[in-house]
Design a protein around this ligand. Structure first.
Ligand SMILES: *[C@@H]1O[C@H](CO)[C@@H](O)[C@H](O)[C@H]1NC(C)=O
Ligand SMILES: *[C@@H]1O[C@H](CO)[C@@H](O)[C@H](O)[C@H]1NC(C)=O
Ligand SMILES: *[C@@H]1O[C@H](CO)[C@@H](O)[C@H](O)[C@H]1NC(C)=O
Ligand SMILES: *[C@@H]1O[C@H](CO)[C@@H](O)[C@H](O)[C@H]1NC(C)=O
Ligand SMILES: *[C@@H]1O[C@H](CO)[C@@H](O)[C@H](O)[C@H]1NC(C)=O
Ligand SMILES: *[C@@H]1O[C@H](CO)[C@@H](O)[C@H](O)[C@H]1NC(C)=O
Ligand SMILES: *[C@@H]1O[C@H](CO)[C@@H](O)[C@H](O)[C@H]1NC(C)=O
Ligand SMILES: *[C@@H]1O[C@H](CO)[C@@H](O)[C@H](O)[C@H]1NC(C)=O
Ligand SMILES: *[C@@H]1O[C@H](CO)[C@@H](O)[C@H](O)[C@H]1NC(C)=O
Length: 566
């Protein structure tokens, strides 16, 4: 623009002289028309000038060349040859769809190359030849479909590459050969449907990798093997990722792992356990419903655990046991009603706790949090009570010390109706023992069998939803004393019930009601005896079919006779 003004006013001698003196200064550093050049920084800025070709006459000693935001379509062979001092080349936001082999030949000092936001579909092998000092390559937002073998092979100094937001469907096994210095790789939104394990395994120096928006449902075993230097792995927004195979992260020694906005319904304990140097784990925005006890303890150095925006209903006692360095828990926006102190190895080390946006029940289980309400860092988000009604929506910091022993209380369980339960029954009978308790919070009921094993909620012998113990089709070996315990954080209460099962006299047992048959129908087969396999039911199928058929036929015939009489 400045040059134009000079041209119009050129008739005036004074200005002409001034212009001449300026262009004389420019002569020593020729700048292409339309571009702005700053000799002191050796910058050539041709950004947003509607250029359709790389301008002629670029100064050979330029260090930075900005060609972004133009209409460049192709780059020819040796397009920048001679600019051996160039360190930074920006070709972003053009419409480049074709780069010829050796286009960058001669740029032996180039460190930064940006080809972001163009229309590249394919990168012929050899395009990047000569870029032996390149540090950073941005290929994001193109339409690249594949990386062919040896595409990057001369880029032994490349440190970071952004290959995101392309249509990548395939990365050839040897595509990354030669990238022995690559430390950071970004692959955001590709159309890959599997992890290019073999290609990745060339990246011996890789320390950080981000894989966003891939369509993969299970992370396979050995997915990242040989990435021994990888410390940070980010798996983000894989909406169909439902699980990690137990050896999927094997070979990795991570310090930071993020698997967020995926579809995991459980913490992938088995896959994580070997990560003894992991310090930061983020599983936020996955539909995970619980953190189980005693399964994270092998990640000795874990300091931070984030699971915000999940579906957490429960964090079990011992969830973070063994984690002596643990100092931050972020479980904001879940469905937790409480968080017990017993989940932690030692709450004394806990510095930051995000527990807001959970339907918390304020009772004795949260007393440890509210007591530390001025010491713990809630990151500006106070937890608040959701129940009991009396303190609904109150934030923890609003409670006075005097209120704590009134609000944050529990009542020890007490089993109601303590009459001794004894039953003496014949084999095959159904029996129920009751166990009801009050207390606050509502106590949980467990039953122990005479063999001291905890009874579950399915099977022939099971605990019903209301706490009663049900034994269907009692067996002689079920005899003994059963123990019901009602427990809540304030304590427990127990009651026992005894059962005596008489065996059937043998000669009373009809052939239709053999012991085997009962075992067969009430329990899954527990033995492999051939007799049972060949005849699992008291009467065989053939008899049954004939019997029913005959009944049906006689019915039909009576109907027929009726019709005749009518
Ligand atoms: C080139 O100029 C544009 C404005 O015209 C500016 O936004 C851009 O940052 C400049 N490039 C460099 C490398 O300075
Ligand atoms: C890649 O995925 C996007 C969205 O999922 C789709 O629109 C596009 O057509 C896919 N490209 C290829 C080459 O499959
Ligand atoms: C996530 O998993 C659930 C079942 O676990 C499934 O119904 C749902 O379709 C999955 N979502 C996606 C996006 O794959
Ligand atoms: C794992 O990484 C940590 C921290 O980066 C390092 O101290 C340790 O030596 C590494 N272990 C192995 C087996 O590479
Ligand atoms: C907890 O997670 C939320 C959601 O990911 C995030 O915004 C917040 O910064 C995290 N808090 C801390 C203390 O890291
Ligand atoms: C418990 O539930 C079972 C089956 O639902 C019922 O038969 C039993 O009477 C209930 N017991 C009590 C004490 O409510
Ligand atoms: C019941 O409480 C006692 C101490 O009061 C404790 O030793 C025992 O482990 C508790 N039992 C259960 C099942 O919680
Ligand atoms: C079996 O039957 C015999 C005679 O039919 C009878 O004497 C005997 O008492 C029965 N045994 C039992 C255990 O009922
Ligand atoms: C049934 O037999 C198979 C092979 O003979 C054996 O592996 C299995 O453990 C047996 N099952 C039971 C319940 O005995």
């Amino acid at each position: 623009m400045f040059v134009e003004v000079c041209g119009q006013q050129g008739v005036q001698t004074l200005l002409l002289l001034w212009c001449l003196s300026l262009s004389a200064a420019d002569l020593s550093w020729p700048c292409p028309q339309k571009c702005t050049c700053r000799q002191e920084t050796l910058e050539i800025n041709c950004s947003s000038k509607h250029l359709t070709n790389v301008p002629e006459g670029l100064p050979n000693n330029g260090k930075r060349l900005d060609l972004s935001g133009n209409r460049l379509k192709t780059l020819g062979r040796r397009q920048f040859y001679g600019m051996s001092k160039l360190e930074d080349l920006d070709l972003g936001e053009n419409i480049i769809s074709m780069i010829e082999v050796e286009a960058f030949q001669g740029l032996k000092n180039l460190k930064f190359l940006r080809i972001k936001n163009n229309r590249l579909k394919i990168i012929p092998v050899g395009v990047f030849s000569g870029l032996s000092n390149l540090r950073s390559l941005d290929l994001s937002k193109n339409e690249i479909l594949v990386f062919l073998d040896y595409t990057f092979q001369e880029m032994g100094n490349l440190r970071e590459m952004n290959a995101g937001e392309n249509d990548l469907v395939f990365i050839s096994q040897r595509a990354f050969v030669g990238l022995q210095s690559l430390q950071e790789l970004i692959v955001d939104r590709s159309n890959l449907t599997s992890i290019p394990t073999e290609a990745f395994s060339q990246l011996q120096s890789l320390s950080k990798m981000r894989l966003r928006r891939l369509t993969i449902s299970i992370l396979p075993n050995n997915a990242f093997r040989r990435l021994h230097q990888l410390r940070t792995l980010q798996i983000l927004q894989w909406p169909s990722l439902e699980s990690l195979n137990s050896n999927s992260l094997i070979g990795l020694n991570l310090t930071t792992l993020v698997i967020s906005n995926c579809n995991l319904s459980a913490v992938p304990y088995a896959a994580l356990r070997h990560l003894g140097y992991l310090r930061y784990l983020d599983l936020s925005y996955n539909p995970i419903t619980s953190i189980q006890g005693n399964l994270l303890g092998e990640m000795l150095r874990l300091q931070e655990f984030h699971l915000a925006g999940g579906s957490l209903l429960r964090i079990e006692p011992g969830a973070f046991r063994g984690l002596v360095n643990f100092r931050l828990l972020n479980v904001s926006s879940n469905r937790l009603t409480t968080l017990e102190e017993s989940a932690f190895h030692s709450v004394g080390n806990l510095e930051t706790l995000r527990l807001d946006r959970n339907p918390l029940t304020c009772d004795c289980r949260l007393l440890w949090v509210v007591r530390r309400r001025f010491r713990l860092n809630f990151n500006g988000r106070q937890p608040s009570c959701s129940s009991p009604e009396l303190v609904r929506k109150r934030e923890f910091r609003d409670f006075s010390d005097a209120e704590l022993p009134i609000v944050f209380i529990c009542k020890q369980p007490r089993i109601v109706d303590r009459q001794t339960q004894e039953a003496s029954v014949d084999e095959g009978t159904n029996v129920q023992f009751e166990c009801k308790a009050d207390g606050y919070p509502q106590p949980s009921i467990t039953w122990l069998s005479p063999h001291q094993t905890q009874i579950g909620s399915v099977g022939r012998i099971r605990v019903l939803a209301n706490g009663s113990l049900e034994l269907r089709c009692a067996q002689v070996q079920d005899s003994g004393t059963y123990l019901c315990t009602a427990a809540n954080p304030a304590g427990n209460d127990s009651i026992s019930a005894s059962l005596q099962v008489r065996s059937f006299p043998r000669n009373y047992t009809s052939s239709y009601f053999s012991d085997d048959a009962w075992i067969e129908t009430s329990l899954p087969p527990s033995t492999n005896s051939s007799a049972e396999v060949s005849n699992p039911y008291p009467f065989d199928a053939k008899t049954l079919v004939i019997a029913t058929t005959m009944g049906f036929l006689s019915f039909l015939s009576s109907v027929a006779i009726c019709f005749v009489f009518m």
